[in-house]
Design a binder for this molecule. Structure first.
Ligand code: CO
Length: 210
């Protein structure tokens, strides 16, 4: 196998920039496993996640959205790369104490251009580790509560479109079909591996860190 074809986990990852993965790539349906450790390479990948998130003008990004099958996500509710004091990293997050119900518009960097009203608990408690390895517990409401629920869903392979009523989902059928057609075209062009190859790549990444 020529060196350039080596799977990225066998090469220097700095040579393999992360990219945001779009629906309906199967890794978006993967249930991610907890991380066992935080190391320099993970910190570098987290930095790359923030950069990709800002580039796409997002406020949250989950590991599997950049091909990393780990239970972690990043947020910055300001979407402003200058406001680094608002950057948060959530590793192995656990949600509890959902309260109330609220509906608001959501979008997703893996479904660019698609928006819908999503109903979720209005308040939630989240416990997670940060990059320093400290456990942090936060009681959140409104937008912060919505974002951590949306991102934790990603770690379980759930997308916001899964939380829509059948009729609301039907309204998005056309753009969703377009995403699916584009995905198949990319696959035919060889830009996206087949399901089996993706699964073995994911298993290898899991073996390294979970
Ligand atoms: Co999303």
């Amino acid at each position: 196998m020529p060196a350039l074809e080596l799977p990225s986990y066998l090469t220097d990852r700095s040579a393999v920039p992360l990219e945001i993965i779009q629906y309906p790539h199967p890794i978006l349906r993967h249930k991610s496993r907890p991380l066992q450790r935080v190391d320099a390479e993970l910190r570098r990948m987290v930095r790359e996640m923030f950069d990709l998130m800002y580039e796409a003008r997002g406020i949250g990004l989950a590991g599997n959205q950049v091909g990393l099958p780990y239970r972690l996500f990043v947020t910055n509710l300001t979407a402003d790369a200058q406001q680094t004091e608002h950057e948060r990293v959530f590793i192995n997050p656990v949600l509890s104490k959902p309260k109330g119900l609220a509906e608001a518009e959501e979008g997703c960097l893996s479904l660019p251009g698609l928006y819908a009203q999503v109903r979720r608990p209005e308040r939630v408690t989240i416990a997670a580790y940060n990059l320093a390895g400290e456990e942090v517990t936060l009681e959140l409401d409104d937008l912060p509560a919505r974002v951590v629920q949306h991102e934790t869903d990603h770690l379980d392979g759930v997308l916001f479109i899964d939380r829509l009523s059948e009729s609301a989902l039907a309204e998005l059928r056309e753009p969703l079909d377009e995403f699916e057609i584009e995905f198949q075209q990319h696959r035919q062009q060889g830009a996206i591996p087949d399901d089996q190859r993706i699964a073995s790549h994911v298993a290898e990444l899991e073996r390294l860190r979970t």
